[in-house]
Design a protein around this ligand. Sequence first.
Ligand SMILES: CC(C)(COP(=O)(O)OP(=O)(O)OC[C@H]1O[C@@H](n2cnc3c(N)ncnc32)[C@H](O)[C@@H]1OP(=O)(O)O)[C@@H](O)C(=O)NCCC(=O)NCCS
Length: 171
Amino acid sequence: MSSDLILRRLAIEDEQQVLAAIDEFEADGSHWSYRYRPDLPWADYVELVHGWEDGINLPDGFVEHAELVAVVDGDIVGRTSVRFVLNEFLRTIGGHIGYAVRPAFRRRGYATEILRQSLDIARARGISPVLVTCDVDNIGSRRVIEANRGVLEGIFDAEPGLPQKRRYWIS
Ligand SMILES: CC(C)(COP(=O)(O)OP(=O)(O)OC[C@H]1O[C@@H](n2cnc3c(N)ncnc32)[C@H](O)[C@@H]1OP(=O)(O)O)[C@@H](O)C(=O)NCCC(=O)NCCS
């Protein structure tokens, strides 16, 4: 059940599941979206990700954000990024929150619950309204945002050659 889903920080014991998730997303041509650093020992990578919440050692162009895994009964089913501020890219394209669900766990309401809990985290940081975007052809993500009471601002061009974005605000 989606109500059993928890969001939490990346942990040492997550290595095998996260590596599997990275492979799954690459296999279908998308990205799990962590800035994974295969050059680092896993424990150092976990520490690096935790530091991003406080703006420590951020990758170029990134803002302070929480990278969290979504867990159901010990399985990592998905992930979310909750960005605490917007830069130009996030303001126009990326938004405050980005999420993904592993292919084997889709269509169970998990993304809807991940966004719901991510919104709580953003609000606890004083962020309101929250900007969430999706590609115009991403029907699943559109439903996730609308189920979380996203109010459509409009449809905007993204980067050249990529689908337009639907931009939603959630208060
Ligand atoms: C989009 C994504 C997050 C949806 O995750 P999910 O856990 O399957 O979503 P949910 O189960 O919460 O589904 C929410 C709704 O969307 C519908 N839905 C999900 N995927 C769908 C799809 N591919 N086509 C049509 N409807 C879809 C569900 O049936 C559900 O509908 P309902 O509200 O009528 O019940 C997931 O497919 C994914 O991770 N995709 C790749 C990454 C991505 O696109 N992230 C979002 C970036 S904005």
